[in-house]
Design a protein around this ligand. Structure first.
Ligand code: FES
Length: 163
């Protein structure tokens, strides 16, 4: 056996360093991928669990909305729209009055619906009922009225703003 021959049990130093670096790069890449994957999973959970007060702050940041062509809404009809991050509704009543309210139930936050045939706003989650003109909580578990918005109808649309 010559002096330069390499025994199969002896790994040359440079080969060990290469393996170590490959392993480190692989572990670093796996770590970065794992962090990205965890963040992708955590964000929807965070949004789902975001506190109602945080959502309210976000909603309060928006003070007005322009509903283009909403002046054409027929009497007795409702237009659902987003006021910031929250659902809201614009009702054109049969007496030609206009009402805009938040569509978030004050009980547990379900989205409420206008029912023109019953002349009420109803929450299907637990049977809450609101007055469609004032937003007052009429029956069921809702503890507070729906928030009313200010409405201005013009030739191009309807402007809704916080009062
Ligand atoms: S969430 Fe609307 S009545 Fe309970």
């Amino acid at each position: 056996m010559s002096e330069t021959a390499i025994s199969p049990n002896i790994v040359p130093e440079h080969a060990e360093n290469g393996d170590t670096w490959t392993r480190r790069i692989f572990l670093a890449a796996a770590g970065v991928a794992g962090i990205g994957y965890a963040a992708a999973l955590a964000y929807p959970v965070y949004r789902y669990l975001a506190s109602p007060s945080e959502m309210a702050l976000s909603a309060a940041a928006v003070t007005e909305a322009t509903l283009k062509d909403a002046q054409k809404l027929p009497k007795g009809a409702v237009l659902m729209f987003k006021f910031g991050p929250s659902p809201a509704m614009l009702i054109h009543h049969t007496d030609n009055s206009w009402v805009a309210l938040t569509a978030v139930c004050t009980h547990l936050g379900c989205t409420v619906q206008y029912e023109p045939e019953a002349d009420r706003i109803h929450c299907a989650c637990h049977g809450g009922v609101y007055n469609p003109y004032t937003g007052a909580n009429v029956s069921g578990p809702p503890p507070k009225p729906l928030k009313l918005f200010k409405v201005a109808v013009n030739d191009t649309g309807v402007e809704v703003s916080r009062t």
